[in-house]
Design a protein around this ligand. Structure first.
Ligand code: DGP
Length: 111
């Protein structure tokens, strides 16, 4: 069972902001910034550590989707942060690969 797979299939509700054949994006349920969107591949990949030579396009594709959403939501000029958490020490909570798009405020924490 995967909550993000259920969201993608419409079995669980979400605030959808984008969908195409291979990708889906929705508002994070616990936003850490005024804009906090999760971009996910429809194909279930657990984590960024599972990206290899076969599926590396997924990362670039998710960034393209994030950039497009940032423009649509008018944070492309003010700036935004893209984050992928991998595994326990990074605080990964949901084991379906997702890219966090956060913006709309000045973020003081610098990685
Ligand atoms: P991460 O720590 O990188 O695995 O982030 C998972 C994010 O997913 C976290 O910010 C909260 C969000 N999240 C968890 N469950 C749900 C849900 O059911 N709906 C939505 N919209 N977001 C969720």
């Amino acid at each position: 069972m995967c909550i993000f797979c259920d969201i993608i299939k419409g079995k669980l509700p979400c605030d959808k902001v984008y969908e195409d054949e291979n990708y889906f994006a929705f508002k994070d349920i616990r936003p850490k910034a005024p804009v906090h969107i999760l971009i996910v591949p429809k194909k279930h990949i657990e984590k960024v550590a599972d990206i290899d030579g076969e599926n590396k396009n997924v990362i670039g594709d998710m960034v393209v989707v994030a950039n497009r959403i940032a423009k649509d939501l008018d944070i492309d000029k003010s700036g935004y942060r893209l984050v992928i958490n991998n595994g326990p020490d990074a605080g990964q909570e949901v084991y379906h690969l997702h890219l966090h798009l956060m913006g709309g405020k000045r973020m003081i924490f610098a990685a």
